[in-house]
Design a protein around this ligand. Structure first.
Ligand code: PEP
Ligand code: CO
Length: 461
């Protein structure tokens, strides 16, 4: 990668405006937490981040698809082997539907093992009579509605590190230890999903996959020795919001001498902190992980080009992913003028669609929700804008849970507005439930199949 400004260091972001950082009340306590994080082992290795970058380069070249998905905010309370396993099951189900349905390799990236810090539109919120600091994610403060709970506590970053380590450990065990074996494709279908429309559709697809595997075996292909059938790569990612956490986990790779943020394989910069002159752009310009940037309705082509130059001056395919979150109603109008200049400048970016964050609404009774139809409409708008502009629609970025929650309305077996209170458990934004997630995967696979109807996409320069 091209040499970044020689003044770059893991702490050089401090010389730039850092938005959405907590006002830690106790400097000594902060320094102590940072010091301990600096001495902890890395959560991921540089070589893994490079392998993900190579996988994303395949997406860049129009030969693969990204499924990036997970919680809006992970929780310190809801932390068990079961919740991790259920989340993984749905991710594997969605990936199987996409891989088989669209006949493309799927790069699987969780919003997991570090997704604990949230930017909020307002620093304070009113709860009843109280004016409280906003909840900023479990790595910063507690969500309970009291002044004490909302005080930012840097010790939470250390706890977040340990929870991420334990989560990652289990993910590695599940994905490499047999659970993710393609021969177990039926077992990922949970009972409450299996009984639904999407679940039955999934059962059918799983049976087809099994038959295809038996067919290959009958042809004499040795399935037992094909590692790809028995293990999967599930990469980790989170918003790299909290620079006091990311900085101490940034390490120099002994092999290449390059810096990597070893808190996750991929990090993204949020919509609220993506200014090209800001601290986040500075920090992520210097680490060599694959990075993402959320792109909201106010973004301009010029700004994106500036970010491309800042974050990927060496134009390395797979280094930079742009995550469009423009809203179902405006994606058709706003996306083409963003796709065009980046394509014309020859920047090799992966474009993916986040259909969640610009489609949030409140019900008449004030509950935050998202409509399944609006989510699908944004994905469809994203696909058609990409096809029209000759840009590869590289993937989707979703917020989901493996549970049977009622947070988003609609879907094939619709969650109704009056049902939202049945199981509304999110710490932050409303997530697709397990059935709705599988439903989205089937519909996206169908959209991907349309690619044959469009002229060959120009290869990236
Ligand atoms: C998020 O991904 O949870 C988020 C806050 O997104 P955005 O930066 O796009 O608003
Ligand atoms: Co969110």
């Amino acid at each position: 990668m091209a040499v970044v400004d020689s003044a770059w260091s893991p702490s050089s972001w401090r010389g730039f405006p850092a938005l959405h950082q907590p006002a830690w009340p106790d400097g000594g306590r902060l320094e102590s937490a940072r010091e301990r994080l600096r001495s902890m082992p890395p959560l991921v290795f540089a070589g893994e981040a490079r392998a993900l970058r190579a996988a994303l380069a395949e997406v860049c070249a129009g030969r693969a698809f990204v499924l990036q998905a997970g919680d809006c905010a992970e929780s310190f309370h809801d932390f068990t082997a079961i919740t991790i396993r259920e989340k993984l099951k749905i991710l594997l189900q969605m990936a199987a539907v996409l891989t088989y349905g669209a006949t493309l390799p799927v790069v699987k990236i969780g919003r997991i093992a570090g997704q604990f810090a949230k930017p909020r539109s307002s620093p304070t919120e009113r709860v009843g009579e109280l004016e409280l600091l906003s909840f900023l994610g479990h790595m910063v403060n507690g969500e309970e509605p009291s002044a004490e709970a909302r005080v930012p506590d840097p010790e939470r970053m250390v706890q977040g590190y340990y929870q991420s380590a334990a989560t990652l450990n289990l993910l590695r065990a599940f994905t490499k230890g047999g659970f993710a074996d393609m021969l177990r494709v039926h077992e990922w279908n949970q009972a409450f999903v299996a009984s639904s429309l999407e679940g039955r559709r999934y059962e059918q697809l799983a049976t087809e996959i099994e038959r295809a595997l038996r067919f290959m075996a009958a042809c004499g292909i040795d399935l037992a020795s094909a590692r790809e059938l028995h293990e999967v790569d599930v990469w980790t990612s989170h918003e790299g919001l909290l620079l006091d956490y990311e900085e101490p986990l940034t390490r120099r790779d002994s092999l290449t001498g390059d810096w990597y943020d070893c808190s996750a394989h991929m990090l993204w910069i949020g919509e609220r902190t993506r200014g090209p002159e800001g601290a986040h752009a500075e920090f992520f310009a210097g680490v060599h992980n694959p990075v993402g940037v959320k792109v909201g309705p106010a973004a301009t082509g010029e700004e994106l080009l500036e970010l491309c130059e800042r974050l990927n001056p060496g134009r390395i395919p797979g280094r930079l992913t742009l995550i469009a979150r423009l809203g179902a109603e405006r994606v058709g109008e706003l996306l083409p003028p963003l796709l065009r200049p980046v394509r014309e400048a020859g920047h090799p970016v992966v474009w993916i669609s986040d259909p969640m964050h610009a489609n949030q609404v409140r019900t008449a009774s004030g509950v935050k929700t998202r409509h399944f139809d609006a989510i699908m409409a944004e994905i469809e708008g994203f696909f058609s804008a990409c096809w029209q502009e000759g840009v590869w629609p590289g993937g989707v970025h979703l917020e989901y849970t493996g549970e049977d929650v009622t947070e988003c309305v609609g879907g094939s077996e619709a969650v109704l507005e009056e049902q939202l209170s049945h199981r509304y458990e999110t710490l932050c934004d409303p997530r697709l439930n397990a059935r709705q997630s599988v439903d989205v995967a089937f519909r996206v696979a169908e959209l991907m199949r349309q690619r044959d109807a469009f002229p060959a996409l120009p290869p990236p320069e």
